[in-house]
Ligand binder design. Structure first.
Ligand SMILES: *[C@@H]1O[C@H](CO)[C@@H](O)[C@H](O)[C@H]1NC(C)=O
Ligand SMILES: *[C@@H]1O[C@H](CO)[C@@H](O)[C@H](O)[C@H]1NC(C)=O
Ligand SMILES: *[C@@H]1O[C@H](CO)[C@@H](O)[C@H](O)[C@H]1NC(C)=O
Ligand SMILES: *[C@@H]1O[C@H](CO)[C@@H](O)[C@H](O)[C@H]1NC(C)=O
Length: 357
């Protein structure tokens, strides 16, 4: 009886929640939402905004405690500048804020703050049969809560399924995107620090109209049909904050880690016949800065060896401490050639802080 009432309530909830946006759950238990780019920007994120309204609100209030008041004031006074430079993105955030019943200034700020502060491990490997695989762990503060607002966005344009991205409700830019049969991209934060000057620099970039790296990822997914186009796009756009862009393609040596400064490329590493794997955490490894998560990734690749399977790489490189840690939220396994886009929620068994952020 109780169960039946519960089922009815659940059904009623789902139906009122705009059935045209909610696409059910995937095999790994993630909610799938259709993000229809043919709609007015304000309508696009209606589904996830309503579905996760309560969790978005509680996360925002937790996060607010850490945002310096000077940053808050800047968003209150100047978010019209963002609207001026990026009307489409602003519209998406504004619509999302309305449906989730949160203040638009706060929603805009949240969309930017996430970008400065996400931690990760991304890897690309060329299997011994030539298949390119790309995997990532995403680590972030309040991992237990953030895990609960993670969903898969299935982006549509002209009625066609165009690409998929792992999304956090309330945030319109992805850190992980996949275009089936074409390419995949993941974003890692570069040299995260609590450095106040850096934060102010980032805020300065926001209010002079620069783009988020995540928006470039969406643009690449929307407009590019192949790896070369995606690599060019993420290498050339100007961004608010430095980053690592990890891009994988279909064949040959189509796998690269691009270290981005705000206006230019600082370093490029690519898969090659000598170098069958690449790994990136949150420091400039090419400069010899390789702390504990970087060291573990390298050691794990050496351990699984040249003939490693996808699962061996996933388990040994990504699902072991310290790359799996108390901040880890989800992982993704992607291969555009294999049609592989598998996202899972992940939980640390060892809560020890790796201490390298
Ligand atoms: C290469 O190996 C992967 C993983 O075992 C497999 O899924 C894929 O089909 C193989 N590709 C070819 C061309 O044999
Ligand atoms: C998340 O939840 C797990 C299991 O309930 C708990 O052990 C862990 O301490 C929590 N992590 C954080 C960062 O609060
Ligand atoms: C996340 O969702 C699960 C399942 O609904 C729930 O048990 C858990 O309490 C939630 N965690 C937080 C921190 O909200
Ligand atoms: C990988 O497999 C090939 C045969 O496919 C074998 O010749 C080679 O020794 C193996 N390499 C390693 C490191 O196991």
């Amino acid at each position: 009886m109780h169960q039946r009432v519960f089922t009815l309530l659940l059904l009623a909830g789902l139906i009122s929640m705009s059935s045209q946006h909610f696409m059910g759950k995937n095999a790994e238990g993630f909610d799938l939402f259709k993000i229809d780019l043919d709609l007015d920007p304000k309508q696009r994120f209606l589904g996830p905004a309503q579905h996760y309204e309560d969790t978005i609100k509680s996360l925002i209030s937790m996060y607010m405690q850490y945002v310096p008041s000077v940053v808050l004031d800047a968003f209150w006074a100047m978010d019209w500048i963002i609207k001026y430079y990026h009307p489409e993105r602003y519209g998406e955030i504004q619509g999302m804020a309305e449906f989730a019943k949160i203040d638009t200034h706060l929603a805009v700020m949240m969309n930017y703050v996430y970008e400065f502060d996400s931690y990760c491990t991304s890897v690309i490997a060329k299997l011994n049969n030539g298949t390119i695989v790309h995997m990532r762990n995403l680590d972030f503060y309040f991992s237990n809560d953030t895990r609960n607002i993670t969903y898969i966005g299935q982006y549509y344009k002209n009625g066609q399924h165009l690409y998929d991205a792992v999304m956090f409700a309330g945030i319109i830019s992805p850190f992980t995107g996949y275009k089936d049969g074409k390419f995949a991209i993941s974003l890692n934060q570069r040299d995260p620090s609590q450095n106040y000057l850096r934060l102010i620099q980032n805020v300065g970039m926001i209010f002079t109209g620069y783009k988020q790296s995540g928006w470039t990822i969406r643009e690449a997914l929307e407009s590019c049909e192949d790896y070369a186009c995606a690599v060019l796009k993420v290498s050339t756009d100007h961004h608010i904050a430095p980053s690592y862009m990890i891009v994988s393609g279909l064949k040959n040596n189509e796998g690269t880690i691009i270290t981005r400064d705000r206006f230019s490329v600082a370093n490029v590493r690519q898969i090659s016949d000598q170098n069958w794997y690449l790994y990136q955490t949150n420091q400039d490894h090419y400069n010899g800065d390789c702390p504990i998560r970087c060291q573990h990734a390298k050691a794990a690749f050496e351990k699984v060896g040249r003939n490693a399977t996808i699962d061996a790489i996933y388990q040994n490189v990504l699902q072991e401490w310290p790359n799996l840690n108390y901040m880890s939220i989800h992982s993704a396994q992607m291969s555009a050639a294999l049609g592989l886009f598998q996202v899972e929620k992940i939980y640390a068994y060892d809560q020890t802080d790796p201490g390298d952020l």
